[in-house]
Design a protein around this ligand. Structure first.
Ligand code: IVH
Length: 729
């Protein structure tokens, strides 16, 4: 729209000015209050109108310099008459002082996400569901592009922009009002030319960067010696979350509004009416919005947008299909995550063709050897991709990938690079089939095969695993060693002071003092902290070993059942399975780990450092404290947790449920009794719905936990009566 890199307001605000005299206007300070007030009101309306024409309608009537004149006259009048300055003046977009941090702000109504469909059949099922629940004449859809930016809530009170909040976790986001005020397409005051402003409006929209402006921005950054942004979405969220709104003002953001979340003082029967009102109030809405009656029309809209995707000046990743009528929307309601009346019909991920230059093997923190393809760099949807995980031996064989092969790559979920397939090339010789190495590339140990995976069994000494192991050993749920974080662990390994886990008990002050970041006191403290943890609860010690499948809860159960490291090391799988919640798979994983000769030897050396884990106190059977008895309504219930929990930590919740006798399992099946869904749940939620499994969100779960504690008249040790509270303390 303009060749100027900065937004027009910023430009006007900093441009050199002619004096009023030179323009034949009265000098601002010579005007009386009334006169100044009248001219200020007129100028604000003018500036707002031209701003709207320029940024929302893309149909400017004034040249940049004529606009600048108006703007600066307004600035000068406000400066000469400070009592007339108001925050909704167009001069007040930029200039608030930087913030220390962005405040957390609760949304007026939760900002849900959209369920997605990846093919037309899923859209058809969505349509069928709606038609089943509603009358046929209530089913008509609004179609919009699904903008790939950052979602925002704008709140207007009596027509004035009161706050702007990022989506955050959907319930609470970050207050970015000052930043959003600098975005020219966001009216500071709603226009009232054709429709009075409502008393209250909460509207959702997407902040985006047009591609041309994004490229200009990156060009400016490169010239200034700053790193360019990977893509417009990252640049947008970065710009929105600045602490200094003057920086945001230099970033070319646009907000497109698409959803009235809450309104008082205006009444709409349909989304189409709501969108028309948003436009009447001066907000910009997405282009190419249309109404459709059938799945065929939706398919056509999707196809047309997909075909134009590359030539659009902004990024989209699908189209959004929303029921138009508001009444039926309300009747359908929402799950805890998304409205039942809308769906995002996604595009196929972008795919590009490139070549595998080399395949190498990387060793992860748990010892898994992962083949990784080094690719000839290729841009996939705005991001340069130069490597992709090939996952494991079987996957590599299935896709038959070799060095030198031509391949198709995509970004899964538009994020993680993946090699989709090999493209056969006739007449071109191929390299050797890739075989997994017979030595761990990090420590030279012979790897073992575990299912499709290849694993380095040298868990406590392999350098690639050691840093992670040390960090885990000292972490909060394990030995809780203050000062033994990931940076220190890395330093200890890199400096050659720790060559296997047991070595941390050999560290002396003299070893540590010369290290970067250490002084005498910190060295002494760390040595003492490590030494003191020779006496540690058995459960914590087991957690610290990082045995596969053994988290806090299983470790506590193993500790309570076996009561010593030796007993666990000698336990048969069947003995382990006597523990509630330990199945065959878990017992086999534990046994395998402990039986691994290198692990067993390293464990001997670790125990030889004088570690004396303590067994937990014996629970008195049938006593008041016994909470997992048969009377618990949770006894034997299979519960699955999915998505991000907000008020519980996952491990705490798991402990609570297990304490009540429930089994917390990883996947949803017909035998699952309950699924607890947090934010952004994965396929488990869909599966639960499919199977008709009882589904609750955190609030409901909390109620049930409270009810079950209360229902049994409270428990003697208070252990679970306040379980839900304890988790949030
Ligand atoms: S409607 C409750 N319309 O896509 C439904 N969302 O999970 C309100 N998005 O981050 C959302 N373009 O912010 C809607 N035209 C559009 C959209 C859109 C992008 C975002 C949305 C959310 C994600 C869906």
């Amino acid at each position: 729209m303009t060749a100027c890199a900065l937004p027009r307001e910023a430009h006007a605000a900093i441009a050199l000015t002619m004096t009023p005299d030179e323009r034949g206007q009265a000098a601002p300070d010579t005007l009386g209050h009334e006169e100044a007030a009248a001219e200020i009101a007129r100028l604000r309306a003018e500036v707002d109108r031209h701003n709207h024409l320029y940024h929302v309608k893309a149909a400017p009537e004034l040249s940049d310099s004529a606009y600048d004149d108006l703007f600066r006259r307004l600035q000068a009048l406000e400066a000469a008459h400070p009592s007339l300055a108001t925050p909704d003046s167009p001069t007040q977009r930029v200039g608030a002082d930087p913030l220390e941090s962005l405040p957390n702000v609760e949304h007026v109504v939760p900002m849900l996400s959209l369920d997605s469909a990846h093919d037309i059949d899923a859209v058809r099922r969505f349509d069928e569901r709606l038609r089943k629940a509603l009358d046929d004449d209530e089913v008509s859809y609004v179609l919009e592009p699904k903008l790939d930016g950052a979602s925002l809530e704008l709140v207007y009170v009596n027509g004035v922009l009161e706050r702007a909040v990022t989506r955050g976790n959907g319930r609470v986001g970050e207050g970015v009002t000052e930043n959003v005020r600098t975005i020219p397409s966001v009216p500071l005051r709603l226009g009232e030319d054709t429709l009075p402003a409502p008393a209250f409006l909460s509207v959702r929209g997407e902040a985006i960067m047009y591609l041309g402006e994004f490229e200009n921005l990156n060009q400016r950054r490169i010239e200034a010696g700053e790193p360019p942004y990977q893509n417009p979405r990252n640049a947008t969220s970065g710009a929105l979350r600045q602490l200094d709104s003057r920086i945001t003002a230099t970033r070319p953001l646009t907000v497109l509004a698409y959803d009235v979340m809450e309104v008082e003082g205006a009444d709409f029967a349909t989304d189409s009416e709501g969108l028309a009102a948003l436009r009447a109030w001066g907000l910009r809405t997405p282009e190419r919005i249309r109404v459709a009656e059938s799945v065929e029309e939706i398919a056509e809209y999707h196809r047309a947008f997909d075909a134009d995707r590359e030539s659009l000046d902004y990024e989209i990743d699908g189209v959004v299909v929303k029921l138009d009528a508001w009444g039926p929307r309300e009747r359908l309601g929402s799950t805890s995550h998304h409205p039942r009346w809308a769906i995002a019909y996604k595009f196929e991920p972008r795919k590009e063709v490139t070549r595998i230059d080399r395949i190498f093997v990387s060793v992860g923190r748990t010892g898994v050897l992962t083949p990784v393809a080094l690719l000839r760099p290729v841009e996939v949807g705005g991001v340069t991709v130069s490597r992709a995980s090939l996952h494991n031996r079987e996957e590599l064989e299935r896709k038959d990938l070799r060095e030198g092969d031509q391949v198709r790559v995509q970004r899964a979920g538009d994020v993680i690079p993946q090699v989709v397939e090999r493209i056969a090339e006739e007449g071109r010789g191929r390299g050797e089939a890739f075989v997994m190495p017979d030595e761990c590339p990090s420590c030279g140990t012979e790897p073992v095969e575990k299912g499709p995976f290849t694993v380095c069994p040298n868990h406590f000494a392999c350098r690639a695993q050691l840093k992670g192991r040390i960090t885990h050993f000292g972490s909060r749920n394990a030995l809780d060693i203050e000062g033994l974080g990931s940076e220190t662990a890395a330093l200890l390994v890199d400096e050659g002071l720790v060559n296997e886990l047991a070595n941390i008990f050999d560290l002396t002050e003299d070893d540590l003092v010369p290290l970067e970041g250490f002084a005498e006191v910190s060295a002494r403290n760390l040595v003492r902290a490590i030494g003191e943890r020779r006496s540690v609860e058995l459960g914590r010690f087991l957690v610290g070993l990082g045995i596969p499948e053994v988290g806090v809860a299983v470790a506590a159960d193993l500790a309570a059942h076996f009561r010593s490291v030796d007993a666990i090391r000698g336990a048969a799988p069947e003995e382990m399975e006597e523990i509630h919640g330990v199945g065959e798979k878990m017992s086999a994983a534990i046994r395998n780990f402990l039986d691994e000769p290198r692990v067993a030897e390293a464990l001997d050396r670790l125990m030889a450092k004088g570690i004396k884990p303590t067994a937990p106190p014996v629970r008195e059977a049938g006593g008041d404290g016994e909470t997992d008895g048969p009377e618990s309504p949770w006894a034997g219930k299979r519960v699955v947790l999915t998505g991000a929990l907000e008020t519980f930590s996952r491990s705490e919740l798991k402990k609570i449920l297990q304490h009540l006798g429930a089994r917390v399992t990883g996947s949803v099946s017909a035998r699952t009794d309950l699924v607890v869904a947090g934010a952004n749940p994965g396929s488990k939620l869909a599966r639960a719905r499919e199977l008709g499994v009882d589904l609750v969100d955190e609030t409901e779960l909390r109620k049930r936990l409270d009810a079950s504690a209360g229902g049994r008249g409270g428990s003697g040790d208070g252990g679970d009566a306040s379980a839900a509270d304890a988790a949030t303390r």
